[in-house]
Design a protein around this ligand. Structure first.
Ligand code: NAD
Length: 432
């Protein structure tokens, strides 16, 4: 077997038929240890951002194909990296080939992972870092899985669009973590909807109403930056606020129902009622946004992170010949030309996305949702903008905003004191 990076890449292109013939949906068990079915070459994966989702994504990546191994890990914090490494070693030791010298810590860890001869990188840090990490990964010619959202502000989205175009031109796979697009019940339901099962869809209502999330207490030896980074969810400049960071999944389902057509204007409101202490930074705890499409269609979004309230996340769609409802209980129901309920076999959407990604790399037809992931992210950022300012904004206004929320990638350091903006006040907070 040739070992050089370029010869592996050549092999990857040629070896598609082998990978397809051996099947795509390898379980973690079949991935463990049994080398008889291993393909002639190995795909090396690097993980950048070793938290909860990154660790899961790494597990799914190395389980997607019998010949994928994790060879490099990077995180801002050593303890996070060590915890992730240990839990991966506990699960699939045969596929974790991360030497001590390939564990990188700090804000520049991403550079070292990218320089470590990996073929595929998993970008799973908080979203503020995504545009910079993605640009660097594409520059280095890596296939990418990147978690949603892919940016926290419009300049970040525009950077991601540029990177996505470069990835396409270089023939690199670029997959986002908009995982509901890889959920079998939703794929079945949406294929019927987009085939006209309820006629022309004119109204979509989507929700992400959930509990308050975790936070960690400040330790005496932490700088402001360390404390903020460890509680990144609560700072708009790091997370994009929860409409962008979490509720975006439901907004993406709205967009899918509308054929990924972009709305022309958005109006909204939001605020913080139950999560007002200083430790909750400057994000809101609820949003309500109306997206208006050029042809008069409307999408209504409602999200909250408030404990003790009813939970629901899902999407209801009305067409001129029926309606469809998808909810948190895994109901996928169409009442239309023909009534239909999804009752198939469940599968893990997180695993599905990696199976698809790695198969696409193997067969030389790299998966690509670069522009779509940027647009769906922007829908969330736009919702935040209209709620924070109280202004109705067009898509063009929002996308062309020049407001950069955080420091540039090169300026991050543990002593940096990045000023947190005041909690936004509709009517007072200016659109920039
Ligand atoms: N698709 C989904 O269903 C889903 C679910 C959960 C999270 N996510 C997304 O995944 C991303 C990560 O979320 P999480 O829940 O894993 O958060 P997390 O806090 O558990 O993990 C983030 C990790 O990134 C590290 N990190 C922070 N800045 C870094 C930097 N500059 N360089 C390297 N490492 C850095 C942190 O130390 C941490 O270990 C977010 O964008 C989140 O929205 C997606």
């Amino acid at each position: 077997m040739k070992n050089s990076h370029s010869s592996r890449r050549e092999f990857v292109k040629k070896s598609g038929s082998v990978a397809l013939a051996t099947g795509l949906g390898f379980s973690i068990l079949s991935a463990k240890g049994n080398n008889r079915h291993i393909n002639a070459d190995t795909l090396k994966v690097g993980l950048i951002g070793c938290g909860g989702r990154g660790t899961g994504a790494a597990l799914q990546a190395i389980s997607a194909d019998p010949n994928v191994v994790l060879t490099a890990m990077g995180d801002a914090f050593r303890d996070k990296l060590d915890k992730s490494y240990q839990s991966l070693m506990d699960e699939v030791p045969d596929k974790i080939k991360v030497d001590e010298g390939n564990k990188f810590v700090g804000f520049d860890a991403y550079k070292s992972v990218l320089d470590s001869d990996v073929d595929v990188v998993l970008l799973t840090t908080p979203p503020a870092f995504r545009p910079g990490h993605l640009a660097a990964a594409i520059e280095k010619g890596k296939h990418v899985f990147c978690e949603k959202p892919v940016a926290v502000d419009a300049p970040g989205v525009r950077s991601v669009i540029e990177s996505a175009k470069k990835a396409k031109a270089k023939g690199l796979a670029l997959m986002s973590g908009f995982c509901w697009r890889h959920d079998v019940p939703k794929i079945d339901t949406y294929s019927r909807l987009l085939d006209g099962a309820i006629g022309d869809i004119h109204t979509v209502y989507n929700t992400y109403n959930t509990e308050a999330l975790w936070s960690v207490d400040r330790q005496p030896d932490w700088t402001d930056m360390e404390y903020t980074m460890r509680n990144w969810l609560y700072y708009t400049w790091l997370s994009g606020d929860h409409i962008t960071e979490q509720a975006i999944h439901s907004i993406d389902l709205m967009s899918w129902a509308m054929g990924d057509q972009l709305p022309v204007s958005a109006t909204g409101t939001g605020g913080r009622q139950s999560r007002i202490e200083e430790k909750y930074g400057n994000i809101y705890d609820h949003f309500a946004i109306v997206y208006e499409y050029a042809d008069g269609k409307k999408g209504f979004h409602f999200s909250r992170q408030q404990s003790g309230c009813s939970r629901d996340y899902g999407v209801d769609m009305w067409g001129d010949q029926g309606r469809c409802s998808i909810d948190v209980s895994n109901k996928h129901e169409i009442l239309g030309k023909e009534n239909w309920n999804w009752d198939g076999k469940k599968s893990n959407m997180y695993q599905n996305e990696h199976n698809t990604l790695f198969a696409s790399i193997r067969n030389g037809k790299p998966f690509y949702d670069g522009i779509r992931m940027a647009n769906s992210t922007m829908l969330g950022i736009w919702g935040r903008m209209v709620a924070y300012t109280g202004r109705t904004l067009t898509w063009d206004e929002a996308l062309n905003s020049n407001e950069t929320l955080g420091p540039s990638l090169a300026d991050y350091n543990w002593d940096l004191k990045w000023p947190m903006k005041e909690v936004a006040m509709p009517g007072i907070t200016k659109f920039v």
